[in-house]
Design a protein around this ligand. Structure first.
Ligand code: FDA
Length: 532
């Protein structure tokens, strides 16, 4: 009796595993059958569904992956990748995922820092928006409808084709997807003058967890508020955004000037912190810090001041003379060009034609880990010297700090206007990144430890309570939802307040209203909890 007493729970456990294993295999097959059936019903070609049996499954999966680290950590491969050409196919994917308990991930540009658009710990499928990428520009009203599968490069290219004096304010890398980028904010070289991509969204088309299609009017102002910076995935699948375009001068000026420690870099960087958020809002001076070889072969720090001025060089120079003479900028450092060419300049293209903006292949696909911070008081010289030490560590060969200045119009927009909350009071945002090659990947933990040590070191110089972070530089180190089971508000609050500050509570409330069963979820999705 004693023996059977101890065996009983084990037998039950085994039976449970066998049944759940069988039923999950069953679910997967049923899910795929369901998809095929639904596609047939809507007269859709099932060649928009890729399963591991398809020869092109792997290449479709890998095509837009930017962070190879996330791909190599993935425990599961998607059961199917669906590349819809119209909305009914998205509705079919939602219907079948819901019916068979399969997680649904949405991918637009695939640039998520932690790969959450194409990885999961539970059985899942991907709705990849690549074929939904049409862009229509209205030059009378200065607006554009852009489908979320478009890249920033495609958007910029299409605007420039129509007009020399219209533009859009969003990120620097042309292969970033509109879907993820607009959903989390979207900072770029015109943000001091024109704000973030999400500030300019005036309508949207979204498919909710019940497969219903909404525009701004039918989704209501709460949900429309949430999708402008509250993060992709939590609230539905955004098919397209309508944005207000911005008017720019026909000529802008760019420069990229590097100073090393021998050229007084420490003092110039220190001084930059007093200038960057206050200078004329037509000027954005972004700062990149790296460890480089100096002309005498020794390691030094290279501080690169990479800038866009919305106007001619002759207007820029007096501003620099008056406000930031320490940099010693001269006319020969500057180049005038149309705005669209500045996109190539900042993306690091040399003399390519504008067509390169239409190339969706990730330029820098690599293994990397990134983090972010907000700075409200200038970092003292000793702090900068501490940063130089980190950058000069041998392991940090491919490490970089980006200091992105705030101020300008960013200060004038209220923290609760949209969910993106990092406004007045921030001098700049820091983006830390370390990358490594496939050959070095066996040693990936050393690089990750380096960036985590650096993050601890920086705690004394950056925002506190909460230690703010930029959602679009997603970082699972700052907290995540339970991978299995119910998402708890308490657990999500750990990362939620860092990304969204007090807007997190309103996001939770809206999620509870629009997706109470938590259909749209991942490791950092908003939990559905009733808070009031
Ligand atoms: P991806 O497709 O991976 O999606 C990201 C998240 O949004 C995922 O959770 C996904 O499920 C969700 N999502 C995607 N499409 C959706 C849709 N249609 N509906 C609902 N949810 C959707 N940022 C910045 O502000 N300024 C910059 O200059 C840059 N530059 C930059 C360069 C490089 C090389 C990288 C890798 C990243 C940046 N970023 C950036 C960060 C970038 O804004 C961020 O990673 C975006 O989320 C990427 O959006 P994608 O659509 O490409 O990603």
């Amino acid at each position: 009796m004693q023996i059977s007493g101890s065996l009983f729970p084990f037998t039950l456990f085994l039976a449970f595993i066998l049944i759940s294993g069988a039923s999950s295999a069953h679910n997967k097959n049923d899910f795929l059958e369901c998809l095929n059936l639904q596609f047939q019903k809507s007269n859709s070609e099932s060649d928009s569904i890729y399963t591991p049996q398809n020869a092109s499954y792997s290449s479709v999966l890998q095509s837009s992956i930017q962070n190879l680290r996330s791909a190599s950590n993935s425990r599961q491969r998607p059961l199917a990748i669906i590349t819809p050409e119209h909305e009914s196919q998205i509705q079919a994917a939602i219907y079948c995922s819901k019916k068979y308990g399969i997680q649904l991930n949405v991918r637009s540009g695939g640039h998520d820092y932690e790969g959450l658009s194409y990885t999961s710990h539970t059985p899942f499928c991907i709705v990849d928006m690549r074929n939904l990428r049409s862009i229509s520009i209205d030059t009378e009203k200065n607006t554009a409808w852009v489908q979320t599968g478009a890249t920033l490069g495609e958007l910029y290219y299409t605007i420039a084709e129509k007009s020399k004096t219209l533009a859009f304010t969003a990120g620097v890398c042309p292969t970033v997807g509109v879907g993820g980028h607009f959903s989390g904010g979207g900072y770029g070289m015109m943000s001091r003058k024109h704000g973030f991509a999400a500030d300019h969204i005036i309508d949207a088309k979204l498919i909710d967890a019940n497969g219903q299609i909404h525009d701004r009017e039918s989704m209501g102002e709460d949900l429309f508020w949430a999708i402008r910076g509250g993060g992709g995935t939590s609230f539905g699948i955004v098919v397209s955004f309508k944005v207000k375009l911005i008017v720019i001068p026909a000529t802008v000026t760019v420069f990229n000037v590097t100073r090393t420690l021998d050229q007084n870099a420490t003092q110039i960087v220190y001084r930059w912190q007093y200038v960057a958020d206050k200078i004329d809002e037509n000027l954005l001076i972004r700062l990149f810090l790296r460890s480089i070889n100096s002309s005498n072969g020794k390691r030094t720090i290279g501080a690169s001041f990479t800038s866009l001025y919305l106007g001619p060089v002759d207007d820029l120079l007096p501003i620099m003379q008056e406000k930031f003479p320490e940099l010693g900028l001269v006319k020969e450092d500057c180049t005038e060009m149309p705005w669209i060419e500045s996109i190539l300049f900042f993306a690091g293209y040399q003399s390519e034609s504008l067509d390169v903006l239409l190339d969706r292949t990730p330029v820098l696909a690599t293994y990397f880990k990134g983090k972010s911070d907000y700075v409200k008081q200038p970092i003292p010289v000793n702090g900068l010297k501490g940063i130089w030490k980190f950058l000069n560590e041998e392991d940090a060969n491919r490490a970089e700090f980006e200091f992105s200045p705030y101020g300008g119009i960013i200060d004038d927009i209220s923290e609760s206007e949209i969910p993106f909350p990092h406004r007045s009071g921030n001098i700049f945002m820091i983006h830390y990144v370390v990358s490594w090659s496939e050959k070095e990947n066996a040693d990936s933990q050393r690089h990750i430890n380096w960036i985590r040590r650096l993050y601890s070191f920086m705690a004394r110089y950056v925002s506190k309570s909460p230690r703010e972070a930029y959602f679009n530089y997603r970082d699972l180190d700052i907290g995540m939802n339970k991978i299995e089971g119910n998402t708890s508000y308490k657990q999500a609050s750990v990362w939620g307040f860092k990304y969204f500050k007090n807007n997190f509570r309103r996001l939770v409330h809206i999620k509870n209203k629009v997706d109470p069963t938590n259909f749209f979820r991942n490791e950092q999705s908003i939990p559905p909890v009733s808070l009031w």
